[in-house]
Design a protein around this ligand. Structure first.
Ligand code: GDP
Length: 503
């Protein structure tokens, strides 16, 4: 074990290829550009050998560089990943036809890429046309505070003609340069984490999914969990129909063996054993639902809701999504909605109507929180609409009453760094944020609110000494047996399962 982890540390990070998406308005030339790249960069034999339409192309540029292009309808996958607050791609190439204006979809594409924080390269297309006006496009971008390099800005851009193959090599050089700056890495000994590109069901193969791994390596026979869907990976195919034993990051593959069709943009995690997967799965299910269920005053007929959001746009999106859920379930009763933080009067209103308060990107005033605690009003605040929908749907389902496991949380700590100790393996250096960390308690490791690991806190250290408890504000070292996929910022929760205290 120790040996393995030390090995891990030595080659902790290898370079991975960038994943690129082409964005832009319809007819501006995305398909033509990808076609040209495929025709010119993927040699004919190889291109002819592509038997699996997996919506993603790996293009070998030279001995050292490969690029993975997400094919259209990349837009949908891209929107989905934004919606879920996740990130599949590393670089966005925004294609703009220079004989036209900058259209709304281009503006959306730029906003989307900016909001998920990935670099943008502009491809100014159709420069072969008589009415091509590149400066007009540069000016229009500048009006949106986007300055391209020629205009002393930070954004790379390239004039191209996708139809005649002009400027494509230079565009590819710029993509490679951007990728080098990103210095994309992965840890080969980690279990795989990645995204679903698309999924399908057919008679012959059952459920299949195209995936791209972001970190770690997926082996044949590993177990995959993606939301509520899971399965053993029984076959891995590349785009040419070759069966693979394992797959590295950024390489698009088709996997077989899932028990359902996950959504584009969903994040998956892999596990070595079925036992491990089931354990995480059942904890995730309980975490999603149990803790709040007892507090929601839901009469059997409908769920009363008060919603608060940061902006008008969010409030609209939230209302729309709730109305959609309500149409299908006929159970939501929207009492009140408005913009702003959650305050005492919201809580009083919630108390009157026995309602739950749902916030989107807002804060809860401390007086409101106190009042809510005293009156047993449930307030939930989300940053991602998808998560809110999932929770509301759950409240509306009848299963809400069934699951009951009481947990006594001792405290939470955040991982600040990690290091290897000879006899222990990887130790997470943490700061205790709330409560305390308790030796021999059960621990959960959470990333973005998802539980990735559940185990025992067997070794708790404070300044290299073994201790029983570490309190809020202090630093400590925690060893997670058999789990080496740690990230700075992960949260470790220490708690006691308390079956005697069921209410
Ligand atoms: P998409 O909808 O963004 O995928 O756009 P397409 O690649 O399908 O291109 C739309 C139309 O523009 C097609 O008729 C292409 O032949 C044409 N087109 C694409 N790139 C160029 C170009 O560089 N020059 C010219 N003249 N036409 C182009």
């Amino acid at each position: 074990m120790t040996k393995k982890i030390r090995r891990n540390n030595k080659k902790a990070s290898l370079s991975r290829d960038p994943v690129i998406i082409l964005l832009g308005h319809v007819d501006h030339g995305k398909t033509s550009l990808l076609d040209y790249i495929k025709r010119s960069k993927v040699n004919y034999e190889e291109y002819g050998g592509i038997t699996q339409n997996i919506g993603v192309y790996k293009v070998n540029i030279n001995k050292n560089n490969s690029l993975t292009f997400l094919d259209t309808p990349g837009h949908e996958a891209f929107m989905a990943m934004r919606y879920r607050g996740t990130q599949i791609t590393d670089i966005a190439v925004v294609v703009i036809a220079t004989d036209e204006d900058i259209m709304q979809p281009v503006k959306d594409a730029i906003n989307n890429a900016k909001s998920v924080g990935i670099p943008i390269i502009f491809a100014f297309n159709k420069i072969d046309k008589n009415n091509s006006d590149i400066d007009k496009i540069r000016r229009k971008l500048a009006e949106r505070n986007i300055l391209v390099e020629e205009w002393c800005g930070a954004y790379q851009s390239q004039e191209i003609s996708a139809k005649y193959g002009i400027g494509i090599d230079k565009l590819i050089e710029k993509i490679i340069l951007e990728a080098e700056l990103l210095d994309l890495k992965y840890s080969p000994e980690n279990f795989a984490v990645g995204s679903i590109i698309e999924s399908s069901l057919n008679k012959e193969n059952g459920y299949t999914a195209t995936i791209i791994i972001k970190d770690g390596i997926l082996n044949l026979g590993d177990y995959i969990l993606v939301g509520e869907i899971f399965g053993k990976v029984i076959k891995i195919l590349d785009e040419r129909g070759n069966q693979l034993k394992y797959v590295r990051p950024s390489r698009p593959v088709l996997i077989f063996g899932l028990n359902g069709a996950p959504n584009a943009g969903d994040i998956f995690h892999s596990y070595k054993t079925e036992k491990e997967l089931k354990k995480i799965f059942s904890y995730q299910k309980e975490q999603d639902h149990t803790s709040d269920v007892k507090d929601v005053k839901q009469d059997q007929e409908k769920l009363n809701l008060i919603i608060k959001a940061d902006l008008n746009g969010s409030l609209e999106a939230l209302t729309e999504s709730l109305e959609k859920i309500s149409r299908n379930n006929k159970k939501i009763n929207l009492i009140y909605k408005s913009i702003g933080n959650i305050n005492e009067s919201d809580v009083l209103l919630a108390d009157t109507y026995k309602a739950m308060i749902v916030g989107f990107k807002v804060k809860i005033s401390s007086a409101a929180q106190k009042l809510a605690n005293n009156n047993n009003i449930l307030i939930k605040v989300y940053n991602i609409i998808y998560k809110m929908e999932k929770k509301i749907k759950y409240f509306l389902s009848n299963n809400a009453k069934s699951s009951k496991r009481e947990e006594l949380i001792y405290g939470r700590a955040k991982i600040k760094n990690f290091f290897t100790i000879r006899k222990l393996g990887i130790v997470a250096g943490c700061i205790v944020l709330e409560g305390k960390m308790v030796r021999n308690s059960t621990i959960k490791l959470k990333r973005d609110d998802k539980i990735l690991y559940v185990g025992q806190l067997n070794s708790l250290k404070s300044f290299k000494k073994d201790v029983k408890v570490v309190k809020k504000g202090s630093e400590c070292g925690i060893n997670l047996t058999n789990f080496n996929n740690l990230k700075i910022g992960d949260i470790i929760e220490s708690y006691k399962e308390n079956h005697n205290h069921l209410r």
